[in-house]
Structures are given as C-alpha cells and as structure tokens.
Design a protein around this ligand. Structure first.
Ligand SMILES: Nc1ncnc2c1ncn2[C@@H]1O[C@H](COP(=O)(O)OP(=O)(O)OP(=O)(O)O)[C@@H](O)[C@H]1O
Length: 641
C-alpha cells in the first residue's frame, strides 16, 4: 500500500470516529449512521434495536420453555404478574363508587352504608392480595433465576471451551459484553423476563386504570380534564427519564495524561500483593509515596475513573427547565380544584372525592415499576436483548484455526518411529503485532531426530512450537508434518500425536492428580500411570510429602468467606485459627519454581505414556524444560528425552 493511500485511509478513519475530551479522558466513538446507537439516543432507534434482537430473545424463551422447571416457574410468574396488574384497577373501580355515594348523599342527604362497607372490604382484599402476590413473586423469581443460571452456565461453558487461542480472546470479551452489569444480581435472562413483563404490565395497568378513571369521572364536570392532569405528571416524569447520554456501541475511553498513568501504575505497585516483596526489600515505599502525591497534585481533582466522570455528566440534568416544570405538574389539579370551589362551593365534597381518586392513580404510577419510565426500561431492555444475542451468537463463532479432514497418522503404530516436521518459507505475525515473529523460515527435522533450537531472545523459538501445534496458522508459507500439509490434518489427531511443554506453561486450578492426568485424558483416572508420569518428571517425591498428596490444590478454586465485624469491634484483630482448625481449612500450598516445573514436565510425560492399545506420542516438544530445575533434576529430565 502506498504512503498516500495509507494517509487517506487514516483520514477516512478519523471521520468515522468522534473524539470528545472529558476531563483527562479521550472518548473515541465510532459513528454508526444506520446501525446500533446506544440507549437513549432516540426512542425509535432503541425500539428498532429491540426488534432486531427479538429473534434471539424468542430463541431464549423457547429454550427456557423446553426446560420443565423453568416452564412451570415462568408460567406461574406470568400469572402472578397479571393478577397483580389488574388489582389496582379493581380497587380503583370500587373507590370510584365513592363518587356516586357522595353524589347521592348530597342529593338525598343519606349515606348508603352497604356501599361503604363493600368499598372498604374490596380495598382491604386488594391490599392483602397485592401482598400475597408480591410474596409469591419473590418466591418464584429466585428458583427461576437459579435454574436459568445453571442452564446458561453450562451452555456458555460449552460454547467457550472449544474455542482456539486466536478466537477465544475476542469471544470471551463478547461473552462478557453479553452480561451487562446488573445491580439485581439476577441472570441476564431472568432480568429480561422481569423487565419485559414489567413493561407489558405497565401498559396493561395504565390502560385498565385509565379506563376505570374515565368511566368514573365521565359524568362529572371537568372530570376528563382532571383525569388527564392526574396522569400527565407521571408521563411527564417518564419523558424526563428517557434522556440518557447518547453513546455509540463501539467506543473506547483512554487517557494519555502522564501523571494519571503514573498514579495508576504506582497504585498498582503499592496495592498488588505481587509487588509487596520488592516494595519492602527495595526500601522504595517512601519514594513512591512522594511520587504518587506529586502526580496526584499535578492531576488535581480530574483524577477520576471514566465511569465516575460519566456519572457526573449524567447528573447535570436536574437544573433544566423541563425538570423544574416536571416538579410543578402535580399542583395543577389542586389549582383547578381551588378555582372550581370558588365558582361552585357546593361541589366541594364531590371534588374532594375525585381528587382522592386521581391521587390514587397518580401515586400508583409514581411507585416502582412505574417510577422508571417505559422509555428507560426499554433502553435497559434493549441492552439486555443485545446481551442475549451475543450469547447465542457465541454458538456460531467459528474457530480461526480451521480443522482439517485427514486422519493422522493413518497408521497409529508409525508414531513409534516419530514424526517429521518441515517448515517451508514460513512467515508469521501475531494478531495485533506489526512485527514479524518469524520471517521466511525453512528447515526440516526428520522423524525420530533430537533437535535443539537455539536463538536470541525474541527470535521466534516458542513461536515455532505454537505453529507446529497449530495454536496459530502461519501468515505465509507451509508446514509439513510427515510430508502432509499441516492444515489438512485433523486437529485433534495432530495434537494427540504430540506432547508439548510450553515455556509459559500454567498449572490448572484442579488437584495435582488431575494436573498431571490431564496430560492424557484417556489415562486421567489411572492413578498408576499418573504416579509413573510424576516419577518421570521428578515430582513424585515432593507430592507425597504434601499434606494432601496428589489431592492437593495448588490454588484453592473457591475461597472461604469470613465473618466481617463492623462498627466498634472493627479495630480488633480477629483470630480465625480455631474455626479454621476445626473446619480443616488449609492455606494454599506454595511450591517452588522448580517444583512447579517438575509438575509441568510430569504432565508432558503423561501424554507420552503408551496405553495398552496405542503407542505413545510421536513427538515431544519442550520449550526450555529445565529453566527452573536444579542440575540433578535437569540431568534426570534430559535422560528421559
Ligand atoms: N502472544 C503474542 N502476541 C504478540 N506478539 C508476541 C506474542 N508472543 C510473542 N510475540 C512476539 O513474537 C516474537 C517472538 O517471540 P517468541 O516468544 O517466539 O521468542 P523466543 O525466541 O521464544 O524468545 P525467548 O528466548 O525469550 O523465549 C517476539 O518479538 C515477541 O515479542
């Protein structure tokens, strides 16, 4: 590409991105003329967004209805919600009867007490019913949410676990994006059900109450005007809440403020336990404190996280004319009432009864879920709908490293004599790295050969291993395995035929037994083979010395919860040793770097152990296997190769 076209591309790119400076932050938003604009930018866009994602939500509902427990709970939830929605209208109808009672009382000078009793009883029954329904709702939501969470946890696990390295990074962030931050602690799916039902029921409740109000006030002078006014305040409020910060879906906030960057770095240095050792032994605490204060002073009060800056911005609406008008809306019915009373003093009782009725309606729309406008609810719902879409799209994510079709090797016994590898003009660039990790590399290693690759740091040695195991595919050139193009071979077969120890190996958060056993899942439950691999890797002895032996967790996957004492007692140090002792709670086992490496070597050997029917792997790939081993361990490890 020429320098000129690169520049014009950059200019084009700049036009497609809006840059805003907020405090120390630079906000870059992608302009998306016809697609997804984030919540609140326009009602029609939000609704369009909801509609776009609707098929995924229908898929989600079908999925839920196929789970028997969810089906029962969901149906029960909908019935409870519908009943709860109709209650206020029923109560309102009976309260409305008070009007005719007042009218009759004014004309005939007598009060029909049976109507009064009816109204009181129905009102009481509605209140009790509302309580019961609220209780039932709570009882249903938790189990419904729990079973949804379980089903979707399994689903997400299945979708993510089969992704390869280049695909995983992006997909994992997709999955995380699929879960908007929620204060309710409910699952995304359950939130969608709750919010959609709320919106639908808001409409039903609004219409039913409106119908009752109009029916009751129709006969009265100015009755419809009062009805309109009593409803206008909550609707006006809703309109106010729909304004949110317009935001493109693709945005990034970054800061180049040197002092803020320095403050954040020093904060990490001071607070993260990984640096504590150097912090203490290096005598640097005084220096970094002075540096932190200096940077903090230079940044001043702008040293806020982006989310905080945003919150401040969105609070600035409270001084607008609209918000002041909104606050005064509720006095309008009272003003009309006063004028009316001045003109016709006789109508005071009837008017008072009408006002009570109106406030009943108006209040019910000012309490949750009505306090949040349907517009705002719809925006949040749109966000969650998009989450569901992301979740289901994960099913369709294709691995970047495409699987081959040819079985490998054709004859399993051929693995005994090893596998040949050939690189032909291989070039490779890591995604997102402009520098080539390998450029035009060619070599051949014959089957059964021991080959050591030596080179300066960063020359691409580890990368060669990643290409042989097809963690990545070359950007250019060909890799041949036993003279066959590596891309044509079935991935699972290829990987089963080799045993690899990467330089940046990790231990799994499972017990040591499985840490080694997962080297070969066919033998993962064979304790004898696991012990043999541990022996070959030089790990057997120290594992046996651990309190839990092969059952030891290196890092506990679940941490205990401890009581937190607040208030006056908080200054006292609390001794948990007794409860820990009785509960047999152990601290994490700390292994040395060399012991960790022996475990990793053992896992690699596990893969190369032959089973009764099949030979071992045809190729062992080790990336600096002895870096943390002592000379004796290094010697015995090398003897095993
Ligand atoms: N995941 C990655 N993403 C981007 N670039 C990477 C990644 N891993 C390695 N690189 C880059 O690729 C080049 C080769 O790295 P590689 O790890 O293969 O070198 P090496 O020869 O094994 O180094 P060392 O002797 O230090 O282990 C380096 O320039 C490195 O910065």
């Amino acid at each position: 590409m020429s320098a000129h076209s690169e520049t014009s591309d950059l200019q084009d790119d700049a036009h497609r991105v809006k840059h805003t400076r907020i405090g120390i932050w630079d906000l870059y938003e992608e302009r998306q003329p016809h697609s997804l604009l984030m919540l609140g930018s326009s009602i029609s866009e939000t609704y369009a967004w909801v509609l776009q994602n609707m098929p995924y939500v229908v898929r989600m509902l079908k999925h839920m209805y196929s789970i028997p427990q969810c089906f029962i709970l969901l149906s029960a939830y909908l019935v409870v919600e519908l009943l709860g929605t109709l209650m206020p209208a029923i109560s309102l109808w009976y309260t409305g009867q008070l009007l005719s009672l007042v009218e009759t009382a004014m004309e005939a000078r007598t009060v029909d007490t049976s109507v009064l009793v009816d109204v009181a009883v129905v009102h009481l029954a509605c209140t009790i019913m509302m309580r019961l329904l609220k209780y039932a709702r709570r009882c249903i939501i938790r189990p419904m949410d729990n079973s949804i969470k379980r089903v979707y946890a399994e689903r997400l696990f299945k979708s993510l676990v089969c992704l390869d390295v280049p695909t995983y990074g992006a997909s994992y962030s997709m999955a995380r994006f699929g879960y908007p931050v929620s204060s309710s602690n409910l699952s995304l799916q359950c939130e969608i059900i709750v919010m959609s039902t709320d919106i639908a029921m808001t409409v039903v409740r609004l219409l039913s109450q409106l119908l009752v109000l109009v029916t009751v006030l129709r006969e009265q002078q100015h009755g419809l005007l009062l009805a309109t006014l009593s409803l206008s305040q909550p609707i006006f409020n809703w309109d106010g809440t729909r304004k949110a910060v317009a935001r493109s879906l693709v945005w990034v906030a970054t800061t180049t403020n040197k002092d803020f960057l320095r403050m954040s770095a020093l904060e990490q240095l001071a607070l993260e336990s990984a640096y504590r050792k150097e912090l203490v032994t290096g005598n640097i605490s005084e220096y970094i404190t002075a540096q932190f204060c200096e940077s903090s002073r230079r940044v001043g009060d702008d040293a806020l996280e982006f989310s905080e800056v945003e919150r401040v911005r969105s609070n600035q609406d409270c001084l607008s004319v609209v918000s002041i008008l909104r606050e005064t809306m509720h006095v309008l019915p009272q003003i009309i009432f006063t004028l009316r009373v001045v003109q016709e003093p006789m109508t005071v009782p009837l008017y008072l009864a009408s006002l009570v009725l109106m406030y009943q309606v108006s209040n019910s729309f000012s309490s949750p879920p009505f306090s949040v406008s349907p517009f705002r609810q719809c925006s949040s719902l749109a966000e969650r709908f998009n989450g569901v879409r992301t979740l289901y799209e994960l099913d369709d994510v294709r691995n970047k490293v495409a699987d081959g079709t040819k079985p490998f090797p054709e004859d399993k016994q051929s693995l005994r004599s090893g596998i040949s590898i050939e690189f032909r003009n291989v070039t490779f660039q890591y995604p997102g790295n402009e520098k080539h990790a390998l450029q035009n590399v060619s070599f051949k290693i014959e089957a059964g050969q021991l080959c050591v690759i030596v080179g300066v740091n960063g020359s691409g040695k580890s990368t060669i291993l990643k290409l042989i195991s097809r963690i990545y595919d070359p950007t250019d050139g060909t890799i041949l395995i036993d003279d066959k193009d590596i891309k044509t071979l079935k991935l699972a077969d290829l990987r089963a035929a080799m045993s690899i120890l990467f330089q940046d190996y990790n231990h799994f958060p499972v017990p040591i037994r499985e840490n080694i056993g997962l080297g070969n899942t066919a033998l993962a439950n064979d304790d004898e083979k696991i012990r043999e691999a541990a022996h070959l890797g030089g790990a057997e002895e120290f594992i046996d010395d651990l309190p839990d032996g092969f059952d030891t967790y290196l890092n506990r996957p679940v941490y205990e919860s401890y009581s937190s004492i607040e208030g006056a007692l908080s200054h006292k140090s609390i001794d948990f040793s007794l409860v820990r002792r009785v509960g047999n709670i152990r601290t994490d086992q700390r292994l040395s770097g060399g012991q960790m490496q022996r475990l990793a070597v053992s896992r690699t050997f596990m893969r190369s152990l032959p089973t009764e029917t099949e030979p071992s792997t045809g190729m062992l790939l080790f990336d600096e296997p002895s870096a943390s081993l002592d000379p004796t361990a290094e010697h015995s490890a090398l003897l095993c190769f």
